[in-house]
Write a protein that binds this ligand. Structure first.
Ligand code: CA2
Length: 147
């Protein structure tokens, strides 16, 4: 029998993770995040697949794909968290658990980062835990899928 699939979606500039601004975003690359989550997923009895787009429409389409292909979504929408009603609308068409991750503590940063449209749909939000936040989110969605 196939294992529950969890899609980990990432927004603009997160392809540069680990290569710029390590004082804010740390040293891990997005490939490292994907590998760490895949290893934890094996322990938890689920599967993960990681995606990234620098385009708002690309993220909307990744969410549409997840509607048929994933049991849960973990999403770091990057700067679109603070601006995108389109991403919120797309997430509202998804039936399973949604966890929002921010690597940095958005509440300790500029005021324009304090509001997230995605949080209006997210079942949980993790911010300021570095890239470990993705693994924390994975543990939480697995717990939500078991309820
Ligand atoms: O803290 C987060 O994860 C953010 O979602 C990251 C976004 C930012 O706009 C949000 O307010 C908070 C920015 C992603 C930029 O990613 C980079 C990674 C490495 C180097 C440069 C940018």
């Amino acid at each position: 029998m196939s294992l529950p699939m969890i899609h980990i979606l990432n927004g603009p500039n997160l392809n540069l993770l680990g290569r710029r601004q390590p004082e804010i975003y740390g040293h891990e690359t997005l490939d490292d995040v994907g590998r760490d989550c895949a290893a934890l997923a094996r322990e938890l009895g689920v599967e993960t697949a990681l995606f990234q787009s620098n385009h708002e429409g690309g993220i909307v389409e990744m969410i549409h794909t997840a509607r048929d292909a994933a049991s849960a979504i973990i999403i770091n929408p990057g700067a679109y968290s603070h601006t995108s009603v389109a991403i919120l609308d797309a997430l509202n068409t998804f039936d399973g658990p949604v966890l929002e991750v921010h690597i940095s503590n958005i509440h300790k940063r500029e005021s324009f980062r304090h509001h997230s449209y995605v949080s209006l749909r997210a079942d949980g939000v993790i911010a300021g835990c570095g890239t470990l936040g993705y693994q924390l989110a994975l543990r939480r969605v697995v717990a939500l899928l078991a309820t």
